[in-house]
Structure formats: C-alpha cells, structure tokens
Design a protein around this ligand. Sequence first.
Ligand SMILES: [Zn+2]
Length: 428
Amino acid sequence: MPNPLEHRIATEIAARRDDLVALTRDLIRIPTLNPPGRNYREICDYLADRLGRAGFSVDLVRAEGALGDSAAHPRWNLVARHDGKAGGDCVHFNSHHDVVEVGHGWTRDPFAAEVEGDRIYGRGSCDMKGGLAASIIAAEAFIAACPDYRGAVEISATADEESGGFGGVAYLAEKGRFAPERVQHVIIPEPLHKDRICLGHRGVWWAEIETRGRIAHGSMPFLGDCAVRHMGAVLAEMEATLFPLLATKRTAMPVIPDGARQSTLNINSVHGGAVEQEDGYTGLPAPCVPDRCRIVIDRRYLIEEDLAEVKREVTAMLEKIRAERPNFDYEIRDLFEVIPSMTERDAPIVRSTAAAIEKVLGRHADYVVSPGTYDQKHIDRIGRLKNCIAYGPGVLDLAHQPDEWVGITDMEDSAKVMAFVLAELLAP
Ligand SMILES: [Zn+2]
C-alpha cells in the first residue's frame, strides 16, 4: 500500500502526463546529433529555462578543451540543483542529451516527435530524451508533493555519451561534480526498461594490430612479403585458439543479453594493401604486394578478468605466431580501455529503486549488467562514486534504430519509480 506521501506523488505525476509528453517532444525536436555535436547549447538553454522556472539553480558548463570541444561545436552541459529545507543526501539524475545519426530506414520524420497511441517517435526518444523527461517530471512531482524534504535533487544533461562522454560526464567528474562528498546517489535514466536495474557494465579494451611485409610487384610476390597473409595467420590463430578460450570465460555478472555473459571479441575493421579509390574512379587497382595490414579489435572483458591478463592473451598469441612463422612481424597499439563497473546489490540506490519498482509495478526488479559501457564508467572511476545505477524507460533494442520510439506509459511509470526513490531517500 502506498503511504500518504507516495499517494500525493502518484497524483502529482498523473497530473503531469500531458506535460511529460510535451517536454519529451520538445527535447526530440532539438536535433542534438553527435557527431559532430549539434545544438548542445540550444538544448541546455531550453532545460535551463524549464528547470529555472521550477526553482532549480542552473549551471551551464562548457567542457572547454575536452576531446571534441571546438568553437564550431562547443560541448555544453547543464547541471541543475534544487535544495531541500534541511541538510541531507544529494540524489543526482544524469542523462546524456546527444543522439546518434539518423541512419537509413525511417518511415517518419526523425525530429518531428510524432505521437501515435502510447508512443512518441523520433531519434533520441528512447536513448534517452524520454528518460531525461521522466526524471525531470519525477523531480518536479516529488518537490511539489514533499516541499519540506531534506537534502538536494540534481539533474544534469550532458554531452557526448555516444562518443565516450569526455566532453560530458568525464569533464564534470574531473571538476568534482560527482565527488562522493557532493553527490551521494546517482541514477542514469538510460533505456533499460522500467522494471530493470542496471548495476554496471563489462570492461573494454580496443587495440590496433599491424602486420608488416615488403612491397613488390604483384606478378612476382616471392620478391616481396605479403602483410595480408601474415594477418591471415593471425585471424586463423584467433579462430583456432582465442575465440574458443573466450567462450569458456563466463561471468557471475548478470549481463544481458545472455550471449554477452562471456568474454567477447569483435574485429571492428581490417585494412590491407592499396588504399581504396574514391567512388568515381573507374580504373583498375595497381598490382602490389601489401606491406602493411591492420585490424582493430574490440575486446569486452569480465569483472573476474584482469586487464593486464586480457592483453597478455593476445600478445602471447602473436608471439607464438612469431616463433612459428618465418618473417612474421607485428606491432600492437592500445586505443581505448575501460575497467568493468558493478554497483553492489545492497547499495542504497539499488535497494531503494528495487523497493520503488515493487510498489509501482507490483513485481520484483530484475538486476542486469550492460554489455557495453555508458557514463557510469566516469562516475565510478573519475568521480569515485560507487552508489550509481542505470534505470529508465524505453526498450534498449530500439536505441540507435530507425523509427525509434518511447512508450508514454513506460515514461510515466518510471517517473513514479524515480519519485518514490526520492521519497525514500529524502523525505523528512
Ligand atoms: Zn544512451
């Protein structure tokens, strides 16, 4: 049974249903495409106006000098704060405001925010302007229902999550905005579905491997040394030993979908030999023995694994080939790495969100871990804040797809869950 405060919150949220729809549509209509990072200032100004009117103090923060920041495409972020009537914990909702490119296959205008039945369509509706709107409605409804709360509520809308988050959450974390002395609980309303709590993500290691050869005329390949054949040996060894090894590594992390509950490796690209000519070129390629071949690997690793060991597996494989294969030479270069992150199930934000899901939806929460990373990595590593989850409306599979949509009832339900979390953590 909801207590009187929860009853008031439910009434406040129900009264804001049209506002929730209008807010989500307004956000979708600002095309914050990334790359290159369009209209970041416009969406921050819109939110600053909205939250300022709701009594929040608002800060616009440009991630000056961060990766991706430029005069043409400045990386703007918004942080809004509302203080209660007494001291207490700060609960922070962090959403990214950028969206990925439109891509092909749409049957609707991706920025018209069309409403049909219980759905709002548009690029970024699900990932994650619907979640951002739901968290704003949750905060406003909670403040209206519980004006004498203690502590603080923060809402941020940040740049560049889709391209690594360096001009967004990473920058804010470096400036101390997510320090545990300042913020105690974080919810990231990514589209994980309204009954799921996402505790964290697997680790990432990207690297480029290059094999070396010697250029020669293609009619006399024996005078050269083919780097593509050397790379072929690398790929064959991966098939024979590395992929089978990775398949044996299973994790206790509740990663979804099930295929991601093991270590995985993707070969993102392979490039070797002559540079591909532009589309208009009608001639033939020249016959040369390739002297360089490169692949980029994307290794996703588990909380039970150690990054140094993950790297050693690959270098040991390359060294084995070097020992066995005449003239084999290679270079390996790190491109990017993220350590795995997983919040404990008995952390306060997890417990209060699980309780709220039970009250609002009448069922137990599912606990999941994301196969890929999101901004929690910066909050955990740079901010040193462990009490963080992703929780928000939307169907994860729709993210980045054509005809992306978010459900209105899902947004409303998850807004209620978020507001109940505020009540649990901040009510006097
Ligand atoms: Zn997202």
